[in-house]
Design a protein around this ligand. Structure first.
Ligand SMILES: *Cc1c(COP(=O)(O)O)cnc(C)c1O
Length: 380
């Protein structure tokens, strides 16, 4: 077989790349906004916007009229500010005392998850003669961060006394909103509402109340309250297989590569590390430059499939750090042919859920593991 050029000289990107369709992200966002209105929407952009690229997704959603952005930690918020994002940004994770001045410097909204944290924020803000924007975090059944719902009244009593924190929001987080049975989600919601009842009786200024993630938005609309926090569904992926798909969203990401090598593997000649795959007959095979170093998880070895020329073929042997081998059996494929790792080609499709099944994990982990060494290309 003759060698076809893999990439032309003016094409400098790696053959393995992601294509993110911003039109689809915007459409997903509009559908969520429409479904929850008049509630506000805080798109969740943690972990590089679930692998889709933090900055580009933030810029797109800012233009699209998102009310707030949510990220996991300080550094993500700083990156957004450095790239010129002006809208409110809530950092959902815990804070360290010595980070507070930086939060203030970049005008990032802090999560106060205990009375101690609230006091630290207050005292730093007083030093700087400013009012820190905070959302108080109530734990209604996740046992991660936040003040237990049964201690919320004491927390609120103390927090409202602090003159240099501006309590802009109160929130909690669902632990089981991705399963069909909503009993526990409802229990958490009731606990949250009881806490809020107490806060409202303090006759304090109204706050933004929020608790719902994708699972809650899809299954428990009464929990939308003043704002919702969609993450995975914004990217067109549902939190689980069993969840009710009450809002239609579509996947925005395609993971592509190219065939870079063709060969015939003789019967009895093993493939890859550990020689785990040995054919009983000669097969045609191609090598594709992607591996677990990109987030194409090694655990999928022996199970994963890819699409070439609109047909699905098995990945054989152990997935390496940078390369995989695909068995095309008796078919043909040429250097430079497109390989779809996630996405559609003709009638064939491989979904994030397929990869999650092969890797025995959840779609979230597949998306957030796609490494930053994989270039992102945006279409609109
Ligand atoms: C990650 C996260 C979300 C978004 O969850 P999805 O299931 O992706 O919608 C919302 N709120 C908090 C606090 C989170 O950590």
């Amino acid at each position: 077989m003759e060698n076809h050029p893999v990439i032309s000289l003016d094409d400098v990107i790696r053959p393995t790349h992601l294509v993110v369709d911003l039109k689809i992200i915007k459409e997903n966002f509009r559908r969520i906004k429409e479904a929850v209105k008049p509630s506000k929407v805080m798109p969740i952009l943690k972990a590089n916007a679930y692998g889709h690229g933090l900055i580009k997704i933030a810029q797109t959603l800012e233009k699209e009229g998102a009310d707030y952005l949510g990220v996991a930690f300080l550094e993500e918020g700083i990156l957004l500010r450095q790239q010129g994002i002006k809208m409110p940004i809530l950092v959902l994770g815990g804070i360290w005392g010595n980070q507070i001045p930086t939060f203030l410097k970049y005008n990032l909204t802090m999560t106060a998850s205990s009375i101690d944290k609230a006091r630290q924020i207050d005292s730093e803000a007083r030093k700087q003669n400013t009012i820190a924007k905070v959302h108080l975090k109530i734990d209604t059944g996740m046992e991660r961060i936040g003040v237990h719902y049964y201690n919320a009244p004491k927390f609120f009593d103390e927090a409202v006394k602090l003159k240099n924190i501006g309590i802009e929001g109160i929130y909690s987080h669902f632990a089981n909103a991705d399963i069909c049975n909503t009993d526990y989600t409802k229990l958490q919601f009731d606990r949250f509402m009881q806490s809020l009842d107490y806060f409202e009786r303090l006759d304090y200024a109204p706050v933004i109340r929020h608790i719902s993630n994708s699972g809650g938005i899809l299954q428990l609309p009464e929990a939308n309250l003043d704002m919702v926090r969609p993450g995975i569904m914004l990217y067109g992926v549902y939190p689980s297989q069993e969840i009710k798909r009450t809002i239609e969203v579509n996947p925005a990401l395609t993971w592509k590569s190219l065939v870079i090598y063709f060969k015939v593997i003789k019967a009895g000649h093993p493939v890859g590390y550990g020689s785990k795959w040995i054919g009983e007959k000669d097969v045609r095979a191609v090598t594709v430059p992607v591996g677990y170093g990109d987030g194409y998880m090694r655990r999928m070895s022996g199970k994963a499939r890819v699409i070439i020329n609109e047909k699905k073929y098995p990945v054989i042997g152990t997935i390496s750090m940078d390369q995989i081998v695909v068995n095309i059996d008796c078919d043909s494929a040429y250097n430079g042919d497109e390989v779809i790792l996630i996405g559609k080609q003709g009638k064939s499709e491989i979904t994030v859920e397929d990869l999650a099944r092969w890797a025995e994990t959840i779609p979230y982990e597949i998306l957030t593991n796609i490494n930053t060494r994989v270039p992102r290309i945006y279409i609109d």
